[in-house]
Unconditional design. Structure first.
Length: 140
């Protein structure tokens, strides 16, 4: 008995085009997110610096408590550095004739940018812990 030939359905062209757009836009998306983090972090640093400068805390902080006021600035600076590092250009040796090499290089670029962006975002979120302790100390 002869079995009928198995037909493999062609993937839906909509999803193929959708996947292609996601791949094409992934580097731009990571770069845009890095730019937004840079803007947000810079704004937070500026506001915090002015709040501390115009407060009546000068000379009243000592010991371990002062580190809760310094920690957000340090974490924001580290976040800013990683976000800027995400945008920093680098040259890559790509063999244009090899689609495999091109794919590997692209994946390497996206992977590095994504890793740096995750660290920048994590540092930004982490900065709110000492900030809340500093606000609590200031209000009490």
């Amino acid at each position: 008995m002869i079995s009928p030939p198995i037909k493999i359905a062609e993937p839906d062209p909509f999803w193929r085009q959708n996947a292609q757009k996601l791949v094409e836009g992934s580097v731009d998306t990571l770069d845009n997110m890095a730019k937004q983090l840079i803007t947000l972090t810079s704004l937070l640093e500026g506001l915090y610096f002015h709040a501390i400068t115009f407060s009546d805390l000068r000379g009243t902080l000592g010991g371990f408590v002062i580190w809760f006021y310094i920690a957000p600035i340090a974490l924001w600076l580290a976040s800013l550095l990683f976000a800027i590092w995400t945008l920093f250009p680098k040259t890559y040796d790509i063999n244009i004739g090899s689609s495999r090499n091109s794919k590997e290089t692209y994946e390497q670029i996206v992977s590095k940018k994504h890793f740096r962006l995750k660290i920048a975002a994590a540092l930004l979120v982490l900065s709110f812990l000492p900030l809340m302790v500093a606000v609590y100390y200031y209000l009490n």
